[in-house]
Every structure is written in C-alpha cells, then in structure tokens.
Design a protein around this ligand. Structure first.
Ligand code: UDP
Length: 366
C-alpha cells in the first residue's frame, strides 16, 4: 500500500486538510500518515479535534519568541528525519505557511513527490502577505502536483511555466470543511443570537497589519459600532500579543463590542453563518464568506482571493480607519442596495467536493 504523509502546523491548514484526511481514510486505498508540526499549538490541536483527526507524529516545534527562520529550520530538520524513518511515497502540504514551505522542501530534498493543496494563489507582492507570498511561490517551484482551488489560480501557475498536466482544479477544501461543521456539528456559543441585532464579525491578525494598521482597524470598529446602535460586534481576539494589547487599549469597555477568545472552528463557522457583515484581514475567512454569501470588507490593500471580489461578496477596504468606516457605513444603511448586491453565496471556491476530487486524483498519481 502506498503511503501519503500529510503535514499541517496551523489552524487554517488543519481546517483545510482534515476534510481530505477524513476522505482518504474512509477510502482506505492508501496509508495516511498525519503529521503535526505544532507551529500554532493550541489553535492547531483544537481544529484537528473538531474533525476528529489525530496526528500520527508530532514535531512539537513551538517555543515562544522563535523567529520564522528558527521555525523553518526545525520543521526542515524534523521532517527530514521523519521522511527517512517513514519513507512516504508522497508528501501533501497546504497553503503558504512556514510548515508547508519547510516540510515540502524537506520532501523535495529527499526526492519524494510533493502535492500542494491550494496551489497558485498570488498577490505578486512579496511583502503582502508576508512571508506567505514567498512561501506559496516557493512551494510551486518544487511541487510535483498542484491542486488549485480555481481556474484563476491555475492560470497563475501556467503563466509561471507549470505544465497543464501537473495542475488540477478542485475547488477549495475549506468549503468541504464548512459542510462538515455546519451540518454535522453543534456550536458551543456562550450566548444566544438576538434577532434584533446585526452581528458584525471582526478579525484581524496578519503580520503586516501589526502596529498602526491594526490600530486604525480597531478605531474604525469602535466608530462603526458607536454609529449603529443595532450592531453587535463580535471580535475573536487572536492570541498574538500585538493584537491583544491594541484591542484592549482601543476597544476595552466599548459597549456592544464582544471581545472573545478565538472559538474553535465549529462555533466559529456557526458565528460566521449568522453574521450580517464581516470585517477581516484573514485569507480563509474570505473564502468561507464567499461560500456562504456574507458581505465582507477585506481590511487589506490587495487580496489573492480575486474570485470572491469578482463574485461581488468581498470588497477591499484597505487598512485605513476612514476608508473602513466609510464603506461599512454605506453597507449598514437601511436597505442598502450595495449590501444586498453583495449578499449572495457563490460557488467560485467549489461546492464542497474538493477533497473527493483530490482523493480521486491521488488514487491515480501516487
Ligand atoms: N477561525 C477560527 N476561529 C477564529 C478565527 C478564525 O476557527 O476565531 C478559522 C476560520 O474559519 C478560517 C481559519 O480559521 O477557516 C482562518 O485562519 P486565519 O485567519 O488564522 O489564517 P489565514 O486564513 O489568514 O491564513
């Protein structure tokens, strides 16, 4: 039996890879080795648990205060040791994290095939998002199989010289994840939704947002809530200390801003599905919002999720306070036509069958 090693290290990787792990294990045609690097310890473990996926190996690379280079070096070395011991026929990595880059590179060095899930996303701006844009471009250099979520992503890879036969358009496995969490699982929200309130879901954590950009976003949120008495902002505050300190200073004590610990994925997806409007700088949340048709302002100046913008569900708001407030105010106006035009689910990221499509392809190529 062929062996496939699937490596994950952060929350978004677990959310997007666990549906595939479940699919491959259910088929039972290949031996599946799940490997955690522990890059984002707590958030990774909770996401894996939500899908009942347990790691076969845990590299446990996380220590406080490590640089990206230190994490890269550890993942590279520990993956290499595992590859020598376990001899998989293929390594699957997802997205654009340090885990995906370093574990994929280790497989490349050992001349083991690499499959890249969510291949071909680009901003073509090396510092936005940083260092993810570098990671995703670098993974495309050494990967043998590119599983692209959309035709746009495939076109990027073709332009970069990849051969058509190496690229498979499958949709994004995040839509599979949504299907599982919303239909099979129950949320553990600490409160009931009040139908009279419009929920504004706010998240911000990107490295390039730290400092003044995130402060601007938080001030914008405060103003939006103050101007709209029927809006309840729900803000899962990322564990990063830069985000926590600014959130406490700018939003502490502001009525109708509920700052909560980041909920596990099942609860978060239910929250997302109930949101009236989303303000975020996250990548994965953009895709989920598009699949559910929840109007979303992306607090960045560029996004690799261009399909979602073309579908009309996402709008770029930048990270400046004035721009965010102006756009949000327009969308929160009563009977806003602009809002209604954004509120339509789109299947640009697939219909929740990406894992099955990837598994079909793996049956042929591994
Ligand atoms: N998410 C979650 N709890 C939260 C915030 C986000 O489970 O409090 C999920 C979200 O649904 C999405 C993923 O985490 O699937 C996005 O992760 P993140 O924003 O950290 O990373 P990015 O997608 O920007 O790489």
């Amino acid at each position: 039996m062929k062996r496939i090693m699937i490596v994950m290290g952060t929350r978004p990787e677990a959310i997007k890879l666990c549906p595939l792990v479940r699919e491959l294990k259910a088929r039972g045609d290949q031996e599946i080795l799940v490997c955690s690097t522990g890059q984002h310890r707590a958030m990774l473990d909770s996401a894996m648990e939500a899908f009942s996926v347990r790691p076969d190996f845990d590299m446990d690379v996380m220590q406080t205060g490590q640089s990206t280079s230190e994490v890269t070096a550890k993942v590279l070395k520990r993956t290499d040791e595992l590859l020598v011991a376990e001899k998989p026929d293929m390594v699957l990595v997802q997205g654009d994290t340090t885990t995906a880059f370093a574990s994929g590179l280790a497989a490349f060095h050992r001349q083991i095939s690499v499959g890249h899930i969510e291949a071909g996303l680009r901003t073509y701006q090396m510092h936005a998002p940083f260092p993810e844009e570098f990671h995703r471009q670098a993974i495309s250099l050494f990967a043998d199989y590119h599983f692209s979520p959309t035709v746009t992503a495939k076109r990027n890879l073709l332009r970069e010289g990849k051969h058509e036969s190496q690229i498979f358009v499958t949709g994004n496995t995040v839509v599979d994840a949504l299907r599982i969490t919303l239909s099979e699982k129950r949320p553990s929200l600490p409160w009931q939704f009040d139908d009279g309130q419009r929920i504004l879901l706010f998240t911000a954590h990107r490295r390039e947002s730290w400092g003044e950009p995130i402060r601007g976003m938080l001030r914008a949120l405060r103003r939006i809530v103050e101007e709209h008495p029927d809006v309840l902002a729900v803000f899962p505050v990322h564990h990063n200390p830069h985000v926590r300190a600014a959130a406490k200073e700018i939003l502490g004590g502001v009525p109708r801003v509920r700052m909560i610990e980041p909920p596990e994925i099942v609860t978060f997806h239910h929250l997302l599905a109930h949101a009236h409007l989303i303000l975020t700088d996250s990548g994965g949340i953009q895709e989920e919002a598009v699949a559910l048709g929840i109007p979303t302002l992306v607090m960045r100046y560029s996004s690799e999720r261009t399909e979602g913008m073309r579908a009309g569900v996402l709008k770029l708001a930048g990270s400046g306070e004035e721009g965010i407030v102006a756009l949000a105010n327009r969308l929160l106006e009563e009977n806003s036509e602009e809002y209604l035009a954004m509120k339509k689910p789109s299947a640009v990221y697939g219909k929740g069958r990406a894992s099955a499509m990837i598994a079909d392809i793996l049956e042929k190529v591994v």
